[in-house]
Design a protein around this ligand. Structure first.
Ligand code: ATP
Ligand code: MG
Length: 378
């Protein structure tokens, strides 16, 4: 982060230019200030100093300078921003007023996405600005509306899921609390409530971990990997999750030459989530739970992987929702497994995933993956 001391010469030079007789020099300095603010990494004291100096320019004699000031202030994180905007919003010149209003509306984009961190707001703003440059203002507004709606929907669903878990957790804790003050309390019942509370809090942890995995933006690292080795490891991962998972028996029909550029860690997560579902599709784990995995290379060069089971299958209406977050038919399911697999296969690897299922017959998941990741324009 830059401090006042480290960029003092640069600031002095800008402030001198703000006082230049030639208005073009002033405007040029204002534009440079805007670029510097946009780049970020300035300590708050720099914003404060710049803000005070920029505020003086709100009364500059040339409208061109005041218009540039309206644009340059967008990333100014100091209360002087609002004073500059208040002055420019009442400017005699219509161009200046329009520029100020535009900056104010952009600024509200930052404020909306700023609830997490300033950096996040800046990134979001850059993304929206790029979108506007490429596809115009309607595209920017449509993208903003869509993300707002998605956000609202996501928070609503998350809230619903949390309430579902927290209500019984709260009830169990209340029982335990009452029991601690009652000398005749039934210890067996208290223990059961303690166990239930523990289960619920672990379930909340599982939801939080899955949420992080789903939203985390990591730098993807791709290596050449064979499909066979990844499927073999995914089967082991499922076996190692619980002793009763040993009943999963997978018939693997994959030529060892089929390979692709992949992020192994992520694809293992996707494959093991899918295989875990195949295992869970068999209510009776005392017998073998059979699944099969086959892979081939399509004519168009895509790798096709088919994972199938003859478990309980899904009713038609559940098939449509299978990839939605929180859609689960299991008492202890989070409904994240397939959503995460879809994100890994489609967003991270540029492939696609499809599910076909029939109740009482079984489920087939078909995945298409590109062999290389050079063209990552998708
Ligand atoms: N192979 C399958 N056979 C039958 N139903 C399946 C299969 N795969 C998925 N499903 C259905 O799709 C739902 C969503 O699956 P998903 O993996 O996303 O969540 P989950 O398994 O319920 O929970 P989690 O994976 O988070 O523990 C499941 O609850 C189940 O109803
Ligand atoms: Mg699952």
């Amino acid at each position: 982060m830059n401090t006042i001391e480290t960029i003092k010469p640069q600031l002095n030079e800008l402030f001198q230019a703000f006082q230049a007789d030639l208005w073009i020099s002033v405007r040029e300095a204002v534009d440079r200030t805007g670029t510097m603010l946009k780049k970020g990494g300035l300590e708050p004291a720099i914003h404060a100093t710049l803000g005070e100096q920029l505020l003086k320019l709100a009364r500059h004699g040339k409208w061109e300078v005041r218009k540039s000031l309206a644009h340059a202030s967008l990333y100014l994180r100091h209360e002087s921003f609002f004073r500059i905007m208040a002055a420019l919003d009442l400017d005699d010149n219509a161009m200046v007023r329009t520029a100020a209003r535009r900056t104010l509306s952009r600024r509200s984009d930052i404020a909306r996405s700023d609830s997490l961190r300033n950096q996040h707001g800046d990134r979001m703003l850059k993304w929206l600005t790029d979108l506007e440059a490429k596809h115009g203002l309607p595209a920017r507004n449509a993208a903003r509306k869509a993300t707002e709606r998605l956000n609202a929907q996501f928070i609503k669903e998350l809230n619903h899921e949390f309430i579902k878990v927290i209500s019984p957790l709260d009830a169990s804790l209340e029982h335990i609390n009452n029991g601690l003050h009652d000398p005749d309390a039934d210890m067996g019942k208290l223990r059961r409530h303690a166990q239930r509370a523990l289960d619920r809090s672990r379930f909340l942890f599982a939801i939080m971990n899955s949420l992080r995995a789903l939203t985390e933006k990591i730098e993807l690292d791709f290596q050449m990997e064979t499909v066979l080795s990844m499927i073999d490891e995914a089967v082991h991962l499922v076996h190692d999750r619980a002793p009763e998972n040993q009943c999963l028996s997978v018939d693997v029909q994959i030529s060892p030459e089929i390979a692709l550029q992949a992020n192994r860690h992520l694809l293992l997560q996707a494959f093991s989530n899918i295989l875990q579902n195949s295992l869970e599709a068999y209510p009776d784990r005392s017998h073998k739970c059979c699944a099969s995995v086959a892979a081939s290379i399509e004519e168009n060069g895509l790798i096709r992987i088919v994972i199938a089971d003859q478990g309980n299958g899904m009713p038609e209406e559940a098939v449509n929702d299978a990839f939605q977050l929180f859609s689960t038919s299991k008492p202890r399911g989070t409904g994240f497994g397939l959503a995460l697999a879809k994100k890994i296969i489609e967003s991270d690897h540029g492939g696609s995933i499809h599910l076909a299922s029939s109740e009482g017959v079984g489920t087939t998941i078909t995945i298409f993956l590109p062999q290389d990741q050079e063209d990552r324009s998708w």
